[in-house]
Structure formats: C-alpha cells, structure tokens
Design a protein around this ligand. Structure first.
Ligand SMILES: Nc1nc2c(ncn2[C@@H]2O[C@H](COP(=O)(O)OP(=O)(O)O)[C@@H](O)[C@H]2O)c(=O)[nH]1
Ligand SMILES: [Mg+2]
Length: 316
C-alpha cells in the first residue's frame, strides 16, 4: 500500500477511523493527483451531507454558536463534522488548542469531527478544497457538515455560499448589518442570527435587518431572524429549528436541488479555470516558448496571433 492510498484510507474512514479521515482531508488540502483520485472515489457516492455555512465578523460568536448547534445535532443522535476556515477559530491543523476552546465538550465525542482547513495555496484554493472535503465527509457518512468562515473577503463568501443553509451571525450594535450587507452576505443569507443578544442594541440590529429585508425581493423564502446568547445556550433550539425549516423548504420547493446543481456547475467552472491557468503557466515556462517569444519581441508576430498559435499547439 502507498503511504497515502486514498482508496484504503476511505475504506478505513468509513469504519469510523478518524485518523484515516484526517489523512484524507490532508490529501484534499494538498491537492494534486491524490486529491483528484479521492474526488473520483467520492463523487456521487451515497447520500450527501447537509451543509450549513456559518459566517459573520470575527468575534461574532460563530464558534460558540457552532458548538451549541453541534449539541442540537447530537441530541438527535446524528453525527456532525465541522470545517473551520475562520483563521481566528480556536483550531489548528485539526488539533484543538488550549483554553480558547469552545468546542471542547465535543472533543471526546466520536460523533463529532472538527477540522480546520488552510488554503491549498494555489488558484482556486479553498473554494475548491472545501467542496472536496465535504464530499469526503459525506462519503464517510456524516449527515451534517458545518462550515465556519469569517464573512469577509470574496473567497470566504464563495465558500460559505456553497452551503445549503447559510447562517449569517451578527451582533448587536450599530453597523454590523451594514457591514454584512457590504460583504455581500445579505443576498446569500438564509437565516440571520443576532448573537450576543444579552448586549445592548439587539432590537436595533433586528430593525436594521428587517428594513434591509423589506427592501430586498424574495421568492419563496424570507430569511428569519433569530436572537441567541450562544454562551448561555439561549435561542439555540430556535436557530436549529430555523435551519431545519429552511432545509424542508429547499426540499419541498425543489430549490435545494437547483441550488446543488448550480453549485456543481460553479465548481466545474472553477476547476476548468484553475486548470487553464495552470496550463498557461506551463506553456509560458516551457523552453520551446523561448523562440516564439523572441519572434514576438523582434516584431515578427503580434501577441494575439502568438496566443492563438500557442493555444492551437496545446494538444492535451
Ligand atoms: N456576551 C456574549 N458573549 C459571547 C456570546 N457568544 C460568544 N461570545 C463570546 O465572544 C467571543 C468570541 O466568540 P467566538 O465563538 O470565538 O467568535 P467567532 O470568532 O465568531 O468564532 C468569545 O469570548 C465568546 O465567549 C454571547 O452570546 N454573548
Ligand atoms: Mg471562530
């Protein structure tokens, strides 16, 4: 057996071997041929996990909330995996760190798998790695996957945008809803959670949100607003119920299926784009390119004509 044989590791991971599962996710992170083989092995295999994206500003309480939502899933005896992309999250390389731990109580629960994910460090990076990772988790049998990301930056919004239900976590006080709006989170939100509702200004934040929602047009689903105090476990059941009713709405309306198809198409586009970029780099760095480049520099061929030559020459 190869040191990291995806097929073998997958078989082991399906037997609840968490070490094997962690290795699989490392393969996904590293990318390259083993990750491709893994993608082939996990594509279209069985039920796919329900993806819940949890996003919001750093410190909004996403990890604390996620921790509480995990308990809701566990109370139904279902298993759950968490992918944490939030760089401020108290996770590192799959290991749970010191006293900033929020999900500690689940650390010994074999029905919970928590993994932080870093970028693959090349084009497409996380936006490609996360769907691969969720497919591994689906193939292994997790019915739920939570994805925690900071709601800033295009990549993070892309990553969380690929979830079935998108939870945007806000905190009381002026401007949080407006920030979220700027980050493009308003359009993707399926549920708003106003966390830290024990603090001043929850009502104002709700009003801001309601105003923004009134100005938007919705078809079929109007994102509910739930107030929580994650540290005290308040409002968590309601938040989980809202996730579940969104799920039922997606199933009932057929919107869920459409969303999933759009997501796969989007992923394909990303893969093709990344592949094309890779090929371009290859072409330009190939020794055979030097002569053509010299021609162009001498003014014998223009860049457009050379570009079409290069693309035509590219056999594979
Ligand atoms: N007062 C209050 N603090 C909270 C609440 N939820 C989380 N926190 C605290 O806010 C801080 C950031 O929480 P964390 O879950 O790490 O936020 P994240 O960066 O969004 O993942 C921590 O100190 C939490 O204990 C809440 O509902 N009320
Ligand atoms: Mg966090």
């Amino acid at each position: 057996m190869k040191a990291y044989d995806p097929e073998q590791l997958l078989a082991q991971a399906k037997q609840s071997n968490r070490v094997a599962l962690a290795k699989l996710l490392s393969i996904v992170e590293r990318g390259g041929p083993p990750a491709r083989e893994l993608a082939r092995l996990t594509w279209g295999r069985g039920e796919s996990a329900y993806l819940v994206g949890i996003t919001g500003s750093p410190g909004a309480g996403k990890s604390t909330l996620t921790d509480r939502l995990i308990s809701q899933v566990r109370a139904k005896s279902r298993e759950v995996a968490v992918i944490a992309i939030d760089p401020t999250s108290p996770f590192s390389g799959g290991a749970i760190l010191g006293d900033r731990v929020r999900m500690q109580e689940h650390a010994t629960d074999s029905g919970v798998f928590i993994r932080s994910m870093a970028t693959r460090g090349h084009l497409g990076g996380l936006a490609l790695a996360v769907p691969d990772a969720t497919r591994v988790l689906s193939a292994v049998g997790f019915p739920y996957v939570f994805i925690e990301t900071v709601g800033v930056g295009q990549v993070e919004v892309e990553v969380v945008g690929a979830a079935d239900t998108i939870v945007v976590v806000l905190t009381p006080g002026w401007g949080d809803a407006i920030q979220a709006n700027k980050a493009g989170l308003m359009e993707v939100a399926d549920l708003f959670v106003i966390n830290k509702a024990d603090r001043e200004g929850a009502r104002e934040t709700r009003r801001d949100l309601e105003l923004m929602l009134e100005m938007s047009r919705f078809e079929g689903w109007v994102p509910p607003i739930v107030e929580t105090v994650a540290t005290e476990g308040k409002g968590i059941e309601e938040a989980f119920e809202a996730i579940e009713s969104h799920r039922q709405y997606l199933e009932r309306s057929g919107v869920g299926q459409k969303k999933r198809e759009a997501r796969i198409l989007e992923e394909l586009t990303r893969i093709v784009r990344a592949e094309v970029y890779r090929k371009v780099d290859q072409l330009i760095s190939d020794p055979s390119f030097e002569a053509r480049k010299a021609e162009m520099m001498r003014g014998e061929i223009d860049p457009y004509s050379l570009a079409s030559d290069l693309l035509r020459l590219e056999g594979d």
